[in-house]
Each structure stands twice: as C-alpha cells, then as structure tokens.
Design a protein around this ligand. Sequence first.
Ligand SMILES: [Zn+2]
Length: 94
Amino acid sequence: MSTWMPIVLTEQGDTLLERSDRRGAPPLSDETSLGGGVHAICGGCIDYRRTTNTHSVLLCRACGLRLVIPADVVTYGQLRGHLTTLQPGQAAPA
Ligand SMILES: [Zn+2]
C-alpha cells in the first residue's frame, strides 16, 4: 500500500481517496498526474475532467459533487496545495 494521504476537497469534509482498482499501477504519490479517485463515505467514483480553457473539474459520479479547479493543477500534490491555499488551517485527516 502507498503512504499517500487522502485529500480533503471541501469545507464540509468531502475527501478524495485513492481508488482500489489501480492494480499494477505505481503507488499514488503527490507527483502522480491527477486522475480522479473515490469519494470517501459516498463511495462514488470521482472523475477528473478538463472542461474549459482555464479550468477542470473533479466530479463524483454517485452524488454529483463538483469541484472546479484551475487547469494548471495537474498533479495530486498541486491539488493538495491549491486546496490548502483555499482552506487555511484545514489539515488532512490523520
Ligand atoms: Zn460522491
């Protein structure tokens, strides 16, 4: 298992988990290109899609959670950093 930490996406605590079906893929790290994941508790699959010239979205197939992010956020680490700047003081779950 990787030591990658889930990413808290919203003030309400919506959290992006690593998908469990990445068999054979290298362990997820913050340098990995953004590719979606699993919505904690909801259990839905989160897709990552480029939607405009300037932005992308993270979209949960099950509950409709939709998070708009800048298009230059292209790795999990950049996503983590971007969300930290939006939510100062919010730490990832231990
Ligand atoms: Zn969901």
